[in-house]
Design a protein around this ligand. Structure first.
Ligand SMILES: *Cc1c(COP(=O)(O)O)cnc(C)c1O
Length: 221
């Protein structure tokens, strides 16, 4: 029961109030059920098709988080059941999520994803782009979305100083957005940062949600 032991070890380290998303991408239904049967029901996936397949076959009370790059034309497939979309990085995407949310009679919780790493390939907004988006008047017509906070991925490096700095930058973005645009929005309170290799650094910088895959399930195949 290595997987369950890993889960327990990580849960015992989690400071109070921090949510753990078990990132189950590339892992089997059986491995997910091991975690589920231990009472942990929050899982994250980064590909729409894989999420759909798993949602169909696994227990319906799983809280599914979408953590990968989301194409506008695939939004409609996940909106009927997804719990939190971590990876909103454009107004176009947000509008489409809203449109599908209206169709489904749902309010969809979302995080704004920021580019905080030095890597070119990672998706995400800059602080300036987010401000532009949130200043846009039609933003206020988007009623079936609840923006709950921010998400980011640090650079893949063992330079801890660098990683901490990037997490700190995300925390600062969170505070600036809270002050500038979400002052009265109690639900704007989440900072999703921290993965298997850097979650301890993320706690120190104020993370409220960590997304851990390898540290629980082992290497992806
Ligand atoms: C895969 C993934 C994770 C988990 O990564 P691990 O290193 O396996 O913990 C977290 N967040 C995102 C966005 C991912 O794609």
């Amino acid at each position: 029961m290595i997987i369950v032991n890993n889960l327990k070890a990580i849960l015992s380290e989690l400071p109070a109030g921090i949510k753990l998303v078990c990132v189950s991408k590339n892992h089997s239904l059986n491995d997910i059920l091991l975690i589920y049967n231990n009472g942990h029901k929050i899982f994250g996936e980064n590909k729409v098709q894989e999420l759909l397949d798993k949602h169909e076959l696994l227990p319906k009370d799983i809280e599914w988080h979408f953590i990968g790059h989301l194409q506008t034309n695939k939004v409609k497939y996940i909106v009927p059941f997804v719990s939190l979309i971590h990876s909103v990085d454009s107004f176009t995407l947000l509008s489409e999520i809203n449109r599908q949310a209206v169709k489904n009679g749902r309010i969809i919780d979302c995080l704004l994803q920021f580019h905080i790493s030095e890597e070119e390939t990672k998706y995400g907004l800059s602080f300036e782009e987010a401000c532009e988006m949130l200043k846009f008047p039609s933003w206020h017509e988007i009623k079936n979305i609840r923006i709950k906070g921010v998400m980011g991925m640090a650079t893949f490096t063992d330079n801890e100083t660098r990683v901490s700095k990037e997490f700190k930058a995300l925390h600062e973005i969170f505070i600036a957005l809270k002050t500038g645009f979400f002052r009265d929005a109690d639900e704007f309170k989440e900072i999703s940062m921290g993965m298997s290799d850097d979650y301890r650094l993320a706690f120190k910088e104020g993370s409220t949600i960590v997304r851990i895959g390898t540290g629980i399930f082992g290497q992806r195949v």
